[in-house]
Write a protein that binds this ligand. Sequence first.
Ligand SMILES: Nc1ncnc2c1ncn2[C@@H]1O[C@H](COP(=O)(O)OP(=O)(O)OP(=O)(O)O)[C@@H](O)[C@H]1O
Length: 271
Amino acid sequence: MAPFNLFDLNQSKGNVSTPGTSVIEVLGVSVRYQENQVLSDVHLSIKEHQITAFIGPSGCGKTTLLRCFNRMNDLIKGFQIQGTITFNNTNIYDTTQDPIALRKKIGMVFQQPNPFPKSIYNNMKLPLEENNSSKMTRQKIEEVIITKLKDTTLFDEVKERMHHSALKLSGGQQQRLCIARALTVNPEVLLLDEPCAALDPISMMKIENMLQDLKKKYTIVIVTHNLQQAARIADYVAFFYQGQIEEQGFPEDIFTNPKSEITAKYLEGAF
Ligand SMILES: Nc1ncnc2c1ncn2[C@@H]1O[C@H](COP(=O)(O)OP(=O)(O)OP(=O)(O)O)[C@@H](O)[C@H]1O
C-alpha cells in the first residue's frame, strides 16, 4: 500500500492538502484598486481551529486578502474583486450577504491597539449593546465580559479597575482588550493584522501564548512580518509575493525546506 502523503507535491503554489474542516475557501481570487492589480488568482483554505499566518514583503497583498474575508475593503474607491471567497460554504460577496452580520462572525483586530476612550468595562459592553443586549440581563453581560477577559488572560490584571479608562492600560494590555472586545460577539474567525507590531517582546509573547489557547475556540488568521512569530504559532503559512501566494504549507516545511527559490530568498533576508 502507498504511504499516506499529506502533501501534494504537484501543487506547490496551491493548497497543501491538510486535514480539517475548511471555514474560509479562497478560489481564484484577484483584486484591483482602480488600475492597480494587487492580488492575482489566489487559492487558499483556512482550516477550523488553526492559526494561518500570512507572510511576505510589504505591499504584496496580505492585508488586502485578510480584509476581503470580512468585506472591509468594500468602501475603498476602485476596489474590485474577482473569484470566490466562501465562509462556511456561503459566498461572502453574494449580494444577499449582510457585511455587518458577516463581521460579527469574522472579527478583526488591527496593528495599532484602538480601545475606545471609555472604561475597560464599557469597551467590552459596547459591542454587546450594539449586538443584542436588550435580550441579555446585566448578569449575563457581566458573565460574557469576564469570560472574554479571562480568554485573553487580561481579567486578573484588570479586575480591580474595570471602571478605569482603557487608555491607561499598557499597549499589550490594550491589544488584549481589543481582542477580548472582538470576542464578545462570539465570532467564529478572528482576523489579526500585525497585532504585535507595536508591542514589546514580553507583550508579544503573552499574545502568542494566548492565541495558542484561543485557537481551541476560534479560527485565527494573522498577518505578520515577524517570521519567528509565524514559525512559533502558525499551523499553516502562506507566503505572498507580488500579489500571489508563492508558496503555502506547514511552517516546518516552509521555514526549513521551501520549495520555491523566491521563498528561500525571502527567508534568508534577501529582500
Ligand atoms: N486603500 C487602498 N487604496 C489603494 N491601494 C491600496 C489600498 N490599500 C492597499 N493598497 C495597495 O495594495 C497593495 C497591497 O497592499 P496590502 O496592504 O494588501 O499589502 P501588504 O502585503 O499587507 O503590505 P504590508 O505588509 O506593508 O502591510 C499595495 O500596493 C498598496 O499600496
